[in-house]
Design a protein around this ligand. Sequence first.
Ligand code: GLY
Length: 371
Amino acid sequence: MKQSSFSIKYQPVHPGTENTTIIFHPETPDLCAIFTPGRTSGERRFFVTDGTVARLPCIQQFTALFDDGRCGRDYLLVIGSGEPYKTIESVLTIVKAALKEGFARKDIFVGIGGGVISDITGFAASIFKRGTSVEFVPTTLLSMVDASIGGKTGCDFDNYKNMIGSFFPARTIHIFPRFVESLSSSQYNSGLAEAFKTALLYDRDLYTIFLEKSESILSRDPAVINEIIPRCAHAKAKIVENDFMENNIRMYLNFGHTFGHALETVVGLGNITHGSAVAWGIGRALSLSARKNFCSQSYCDEVLKMMLLYGWDTEGMPHCVTGGDVGGRIIKAMHKDKKNSNSKICLILQKGLNDTFILEMDDDDILPVLK
Ligand code: GLY
């Protein structure tokens, strides 16, 4: 992979949000080289990361430059790691520290981390002094292929995913595929689920890669990683460029998410990775599509068989849930989904590979695939 970049253009939601430049860096992540912390000119940077990312060997050189959070005119805030920190309190912690350190609207927030960090840093940027610019350095596969791209920001609320937030795209996203070497197997597998979703929605060649190269994918072969990440970033860029505010085609990116977010709520946010929940949701959406004869049973079976290669749960009754009335509890959580506009549940379904549509359904239609 050579260093390369491309831009996504939007209708601006705020001055400075009219495009995102995505830069792919083939080298070992070196944040000192791309940011030069403590530089004496240019905008001030308010960096946000989490405790796990801050300890990565390739980031330590960068974090070590900050003394009590400060390096010259720049600041680094380290917050707790993971879904339990995707809260309005974390967003306000960022805002409060930026205010205390005297940051201005013309300065910039920089989120370094996975989807939780990009979502809360982007949201804080969107409300700080009515909006300051934001950049991201995604460090998880999930964030590189999905979360950091397209301007969805926010936090969880009341045990429901992403209930508060804004559309506020990053100015620049620095993607270092080599960060995948630092991920736990569950984090890596979580990101693969979003990449697999992209294959099912938009990219036949990527589907073939998932079908034929599972060993290379699972062993994190750099050649295959360097193929998967740009393919997903370009596919997502095309969609958000055409439907930034999710009025129509962007909703397809929620394939598997209505089921998946509900599962995350039922097991408790943070108790299952987002990707595992989405993968299970993709299986449910396809089983429902086949049951209703929207897609062939053979397509559904092929996908479910592939999913087993990657260790994803393809059962109607998810293995991670205990207690009674699992289907009823999942349906109840599905009713909270942001796509719903009435008493029915809005679902993303498929007629076949790369052939997707949206349908509102009654609980009784959905319940049979939750057994
Ligand atoms: N992750 C779905 C979206 O960005 O629309």
